[in-house]
Design a protein around this ligand. Structure first.
Ligand SMILES: [Zn+2]
Length: 461
């Protein structure tokens, strides 16, 4: 790993929401920016960065183990295929992964996330127990596997151990194929305390309203600190079941019955009505959108214009890992709305911010930092010394006028948009042969040469 350069100088960098020229970036001994100064010449002792510099984004929603399933669920073997049939097949992966395999899969994913422009990842971590459903001798074994993987890759990690109690609104317990997920409020609090590391923080999560009892959700909110994430309203079936069980829609239930505030981050929030958006905005909670996964799973399209207009903090996540770069997520986010509304530049605000890419990037920069529990983020004094160097030598980005570079990164991006990434003042590899080899070995152990078997007739889907 390269040594720390305490002084860096970039020809251009994204400071205060716009490109600034000739920027000196100074790293303190704590791995944070001690000073960020635009419009100065390069000091002799500074390392000159060979390209424009952006802040890293937070990947606010990840299930690392699902990286082992990416590309393996794209064949339909029955009349109907939707989120629920995908989930049952995904459980097949969840039931097989051993701790060392999880570390290998997650480390490979985290290197890919760094290459895709993320310098911090929030792990919504619900795979907890041994293959038979019994806790490991150390109940935090799989948490440590994720912490070790983040260390292997050099990415920051916000671990979110998940409260997971039941199979549905009216189910008393989990299904047998959910046995590795079972946790109580006490378990989640203990898991939150169990992880440490220089780039590691921890919050908590609730799997969903269907998977946790109301009294447990309220207890966890009261007894925990840090960010609190919850899957909500991803599926219309979940909205229908929540209405039947509680007479409220899922987001409505949270707004009425949970102590929503800036700690809370609602993952997906796909199926909302305007009153729910207003209620979330009034409480200061955030929303995490996962456009690549939501498209892959056929979830539906969120009311992005509504969330943007209400000023709700927004973040993006790689979720099921079918997409692992934020430019692609932002493109999908905007394109979904263009297709839905048959308009262009839906996310832009003509008076305040005409650039779609800039408005989305700035919102995700702030919302992602909040979702990961950071008070300061980006290229500013006191924030962790993270940055990305844009690959402007790529044919896809050549010749763009400087002010349109971010638009180009989002809407005509090269396959590998970033040349380098720094986390906490250190350059991190964007490819790693030994990590990739361990991933290959884990995949070979998990899958026969033909991949996962097709479901047999009569299997639940
Ligand atoms: Zn998720």
């Amino acid at each position: 790993m390269a040594a720390v350069s305490p002084r860096l100088w970039a020809p251009r960098a994204w400071v205060g929401g716009r490109w600034r020229d000739r920027v000196l970036l100074e790293v303190g001994g704590d791995g944070r920016w001690s000073e960020v100064t635009p419009e100065v010449d390069a000091p002799e002792d500074a390392e000159t960065i060979d390209g424009p510099v952006l802040p890293g984004l937070v990947d606010a929603h990840s299930h690392a183990f699902q990286r082992a399933f990416a590309g393996l669920a794209e064949r339909r073997d029955s009349a109907h295929d939707d989120f629920w049939s995908w989930r049952d097949r995904m459980y097949g992966v969840a039931l097989r992964i051993a701790p060392e395999q999880l570390r290998a899969i997650a480390a490979h994913l985290y290197v890919e996330l760094l290459a895709g422009g993320y310098t911090q990842v929030c792990e919504f971590h619900y795979l907890q127990h041994d293959l038979d459903g019994h806790p490991y001798a150390d109940p935090a074994t799989l948490s440590h596997a994720l912490v070790d993987a983040a260390g292997d890759a050099g990415i920051g990690l916000t671990l979110l151990p998940v409260l997971y109690e039941r199979a549905g609104f009216t189910a008393p317990a989990l299904r047998p194929d959910q046995r590795r997920f079972a946790t109580s409020v006490d378990d989640v609090l203990a898991l939150q305390q169990a992880v440490r590391g220089p780039l590691v923080t921890a919050g908590v999560a609730v799997h969903s309203l269907r998977a946790a009892r109301p009294e447990s959700i309220l207890a966890l909110a009261e007894r925990s600190s840090g960010p609190l994430h919850i899957h909500v309203a991803e599926q219309t079936a979940e909205v229908d079941e929540c209405l039947a069980a509680t007479s409220c829609r899922p987001i409505e239930w949270l707004a009425r019955h949970a102590p929503l505030d800036a700690r809370w981050h609602l993952v997906h929030a796909t199926h909302s009505v305007p009153g729910e958006i207003e209620a979330v905005a009034a409480k200061g909670a955030g929303v995490v959108l996962c456009p690549g996964t939501e498209g892959n799973l056929g979830d539906g399209l969120s009311d992005l214009p509504g969330w943007l207009a209400a000023g709700v903090p927004l973040a993006i996540g790689s979720d099921s890992q079918v997409t692992r770069a934020w430019p692609e997520e932002l493109r999908w986010l905007e394109y979904g709305q263009r297709l839905r509304l048959r308009r262009r530049n839906v996310s832009a605000a003509p008076e305040a911010e005409p650039s779609t890419a800039r408005r989305l990037f700035e919102r995700m920069l702030a919302g992602g930092a909040a979702a990961a529990g950071f008070e300061r983020w980006g290229l500013q004094r006191g924030a962790r010394a993270d940055l990305l160097v844009v690959e402007t030598s790529d044919p896809a980005l050549r010749g763009l006028p400087p002010d349109h570079l971010l638009d180009g990164v989002v809407f005509t991006a090269p396959a590998r948009p970033f040349a380098r990434a720094m986390v906490a003042g250190r350059w991190r590899p964007l490819r790693d042969g030994s990590i990739a080899d361990r991933f290959d070995a884990a995949m070979q152990a998990l899958w026969p040469p033909g991949g996962p078997p097709a479901r047999r007739k009569g299997e639940r889907g």
